[in-house]
Design a protein around this ligand. Structure first.
Ligand code: ADP
Ligand code: GLC
Length: 476
């Protein structure tokens, strides 16, 4: 069973968020299920620098404005990559999506159309005798694959799966680009890739893929509702039979408290103490009796951290502390910097993988107050490290945490705290509950042990993906 994964990020080579972790983890997770998955990735500078090339698989004289090749390549953790080497599209320093002005690169539509175009050619022609049975496309950057397959495989199209990691990004552009993007103008309509008078790469995938998946069961059901569908809830309802939520896992080798090179390793909650002391020192926080909360996140409105800014005084008043690592919207960075002046909050603006491990190991609790969260990975890191997640009741956060309700506490099964509605007031209540639970050592230790015992790996989800791919290729 051969699957071509088409994505704009892949850990550890290039990452801006959880998409990279998932794309990076799936090939190894699926191998034991008999699936040979190869990732097709844009040849950004950091990718080209990290891989060893093993020859040219395909050539294209003009890929939306310049010559391109697909290379066989091998990189850290990925022995079997395919890389689109197209310098006019991908050889740029800085953020993979944004120019130096902080805005999307103006040619992002062409850049990721280029990725999809080469994916469709691989499906039609194969590379070195390897032909994918299924194409697995991720987010809007993989959305145009079904459109190009119509062109390259007019008689028998390879089956496609689109995984929605985030419905907020539509990958849309002006209809004037239809020609430049070599799209079929007759499909610029409601049943095709048109959305609100524009070309939408995401819509192309939502319409054209044979099956749709998203990254948690709860987000799959939320997508059917206006509140979460980002304009595509009607389309999602029309396709609900083809939509399934498959929960993400985390990389249990990279996130293993007993063998994490970035922290003082531990196998029981008691082992966290040294890491907590070290983390306080690193953030310049004094000793205290309340819970040390951590946040590792993009600072955007999705993540709801503005709610935390509002609710924070209540946590601090109860002796709690906060250590935050993140970057994103300038005003939010500034607000947390201001909060840090009081001495009980430590803030690092930036992206730092090793520090994120030290924070998850050293924190008592990890806060994820997202307005929507397709899956979320950091609450699962928290579970594995005995760092109690305090999360909004939405998406994957609803599916991975067992709320400390009176019943769950009585039964001894709670692993964290969930709050709803997603407001500063409800978050404040959750933080106060956190302080109460933290003040009861036995209850707290029980929750930590429960958390550390939760399955958060890829096991069941890998089986679900493999079954989906097999069903599809059997029908093709
Ligand atoms: P999203 O993909 O929406 O950002 P996820 O929770 O799925 O949310 O994944 C975020 C990933 O990025 C996690 O692996 C998290 O640890 C990592 N991450 C986010 N911000 C930072 C940061 N500032 N430094 C290090 N890692 C970060
Ligand atoms: C997106 C979502 C996040 C999810 C990740 C990986 O970035 O925001 O919730 O965990 O994709 O699927």
């Amino acid at each position: 069973m051969n699957v071509l994964s088409v994505a704009s990020e892949c850990a550890p080579l290039v990452k801006t968020g959880g998409l990279a972790d998932v794309v990076g983890a799936l090939p190894a997770a699926l191998a034991p299920e008999g699936v040979h998955m190869r990732v097709l990735l844009p040849g950004y500078p950091q990718v080209m620098a990290a891989v060893t090339q093993h020859g040219v698989a395909l050539e294209e004289a003009d890929l939306f404005g310049g010559p391109a090749r697909v290379l066989y390549a091998e990189g850290p953790g990925h022995p079997d990559l395919l890389v689109v080497d197209a310098p006019h599209l991908f050889a740029r320093a800085g953020n993979i999506y944004l120019g130096p002005d902080g805005q999307d690169w103006p040619d992002n539509p062409e850049r990721f159309a280029g990725l999809c175009w080469m994916a469709a050619r691989i499906a039609a022609e194969g590379v070195g005798g390897w032909v994918p049975d299924v194409l697995h496309c991720h987010d809007w950057q993989g959305g145009l694959v079904p459109e190009y397959l119509r062109r390259f495989m007019p008689d028998r199209r390879a089956p496609t799966v689109l995984t929605i990691h985030n419905m907020a990004f539509h990958g849309s552009t002006s209809a004037e680009r239809i020609g430049i993007l070599r799209l079929d103008p007759s499909r610029f309509n409601t049943g095709g890739y048109e959305a609100w008078g524009r070309v939408s790469a995401l819509k192309a995938g939502l319409i054209g893929a044979d099956r749709l998946t998203t990254v948690s069961p709860t987000y799959a059901s939320e997508l059917l509702r206006e509140e979460f569908g980002m304009g595509f809830d009607g389309l999602m309802r029309a396709r609900r039979e083809d939509l399934v939520g498959i929960l993400n896992g985390i990389d249990e080798d990279a996130w293993n408290p007993a063998a994490d090179p970035d922290v003082t390793p531990y196998g029981t909650p008691e082992g966290k103490a040294e890491n907590k002391t070290a983390l306080r020192r690193e953030f310049g926080l004094p000793d205290g009796n309340g819970p040390l909360c951590v946040v590792v996140s993009r600072l955007t409105s999705q993540k709801g951290l503005d709610l935390l800014i509002e609710a924070l005084p209540s946590l601090l008043a109860r002796g709690g502390q906060l250590a935050l690592l993140g970057s994103g919207d300038g005003w939010m960075e500034e607000a947390f910097r201001r909060a840090a002046q009081g001495g009980q909050v430590g803030v690092r603006i930036g992206y730092d993988e090793a520090l994120s491990h030290r924070m998850v190991a050293g924190g008592d609790a990890i806060l994820v107050p997202s307005r929507f969260e397709p899956c979320g990975l950091t609450q699962m890191y928290g579970l594995r490290y005995g760092t109690i997640p305090v999360v909004a009741l939405t998406g994957g956060l609803a599916d991975t945490v067992i709320h400390a309700s009176p019943a769950a506490l009585a039964a001894g099964v709670a692993t964290g705290i969930q709050f709803h509605p997603i407001t500063a007031e409800a978050l404040r209540g959750a933080l106060l509950q956190l302080c109460d639970l933290y003040a009861e050592p036995e209850t707290w230790a029980r929750m930590q042990r429960n958390a550390m015992a939760q399955p958060v790996g890829w096991g069941r989800s890998a089986v679900a993906y493999a079954r989906l791919f097999r069903d599809l290729s059997a029908r093709a």
